[in-house]
Design a protein around this ligand. Structure first.
Ligand code: GLA
Length: 352
């Protein structure tokens, strides 16, 4: 992330935050586990300019909607406005001085598609407003935690830190290996060469705030399982300990334990350039998300089958599940399906 802010207030600024695709490591972030996401090209751009007074004027270009509110007391509201109000309130709660500003929001990232449009919006808003304020150095983990609080307390989506950290710490040509216990982040080369990664849309929207019952239920199940095992998180659970739990907790723990191992195995395979093995691990991850974590849907299954029939070496649902996109890995001699879109690891959030 190239976000070092000057100490003096800035008159206008443009911040960009990309969407993310998680190569592997699903439903591990809130279990203090491991994940391996990367940023993609489409994202959200926030242009911010200082205005006299103590109001924020915001415009969501793609929706053709506007908003304005007093910086000192942003009300809780639904939809995209809730993100803007939340970022302003949370930055102020951290002691930042936010000037009056006009914000213009535009993006090419599909909403509710499992590609983290919400986190991209939140992070882009935070970076733009931090630059306009009197802030010094920007700390990616701090911004990720703030963005996650906005989603939880202002939008109603209690997610882990996967999306925000991926977006803030991504680098071109790399995936980011994240350890959610230590919050250590290590770039890992994702040197695809002639191999290709492509996304297929299941057509079923994935909206964690509006339709998050399944996601929240999985979180509660993991907390319950950890409690029964006498652990502070499932990071230290084992396949043997999973067997002592009642269903469906046993299945949930099996997924989390095995998925962490698959992340480590994927990092090792990438370092060897062994994409056949990466594909195999993607298939195993999907089977576990479908059979043990039970977050797939018929629409997602159809897309995974489509990707495999088209010759994908591996394919799996990405993000929280219950809809969204499927990621396929295709060997050099295999064409990607015509209605998929190819993704490559790109730079993370930054000021333009
Ligand atoms: C969603 C959440 C993330 C993460 C994934 C599942 O994308 O926003 O925090 O939990 O689901 O890996």
């Amino acid at each position: 992330m190239s976000t070092s802010s000057g100490a003096s207030a800035t008159e206008s600024v443009v911040a960009f935050a990309p969407g993310r695709v998680n190569l592997i490591g699903e439903h591990t972030d809130y279990n203090q586990g491991l994940a391996l996401p990367f940023a993609i090209a489409p994202g959200v751009t926030v242009t911010a300019a200082v205005l006299p007074g103590d109001e924020i004027e915001a415009e969501a270009h793609d929706l053709g909607e506007r908003d304005h509110f007093a910086i000192t007391n942003p009300p809780h509201v639904n939809g995209w406005k809730g993100f803007v109000h939340g970022v302003v309130a949370e930055l102020r709660a951290e002691g930042h001085t936010i000037p009056g500003a006009r914000l213009h929001i535009a993006g090419e990232l599909p909403r509710n598609s499992g590609l983290s449009s919400s986190a991209a919006l939140t992070v882009a808003l935070a970076l733009a407003l931090l630059k306009l304020s009197d802030s010094g150095e920007v700390n990616p983990v701090g911004v990720a935690q703030l963005a996650s609080r906005v989603e939880r307390d202002w939008v109603g989506a209690d997610t882990g830190l996967l999306d925000q950290l991926a977006i803030l710490c991504a680098a071109p040509g790399r995936a980011v290996f994240i350890d959610f216990r230590s919050l250590e982040i290590e770039p890992v080369p994702l040197a695809l060469g002639e191999w290709r990664l492509a996304l297929l849309d299941s057509g079923r929207p994935h909206d964690l705030a509006a339709d998050g019952a399944g996601y929240q239920q999985r979180r509660r199940e993991c907390e319950q399982a950890a409690q029964l095992l006498g652990l502070s998180s499932l990071r230290d659970a084992t396949l043997a300990s999973a067997q002592t739990l009642p269903p469906p907790l046993d299945l949930r723990v099996r997924h989390v334990v095995a998925e962490n191992r698959r992340v480590e195995a994927t990092v090792a395979a990438l370092r060897r350039g062994d994409f056949a093995e990466v594909g195999h691990l993607l298939d195993l991850s999907h089977a576990s998300l479908r059979d043990h974590y039970e977050v797939s849907t018929p629409e997602v299954e159809r897309m995974v089958a489509r990707a495999k029939a088209a010759g994908a070496t591996g394919a799996r649902l990405v993000g929280g599940g219950f809809g969204g996109h499927v990621l396929g890995l295709f060997a050099p001699d295999v064409g990607v399906p015509t209605d998929s879109f190819e993704v490559r690891p790109r730079a993370g959030a930054r000021l333009l």
